[in-house]
Design a protein. Sequence first.
Length: 118
Amino acid sequence: MQVHNRYQRPILIAETGAEGDLRVPWLRYVCDEVAAARSQGADIHGICLYPVTDYPGWFDGRYCPTGMVGYPDAQQDRPVYLPLAREMLDQQARFTPAPVRYGAGQRVAGTIQEPVQA
């Protein structure tokens, strides 16, 4: 909330992630904090998980399991880290508004009336 209060601008949480078994709890923590800030009025537009793929360490080339997908195998297929993929789907559902449906006759001559929440 400090950043929101100071700048009064939309926010995007960028390049956030954790390594190994901390990936899922970290994403959940970030999403909980975003939900809390949004409930207090912060205009947060999204969260960018970074990196989405595992990578070699910058300085030592070590394997860094940070992404939702791992290194490609011999067939160039990348394994999916299912715990993080599931958490991403759960968080996406959490932050996605309820589907909007339109009743019969609500779109007339290009005019769209207020939607009915499903």
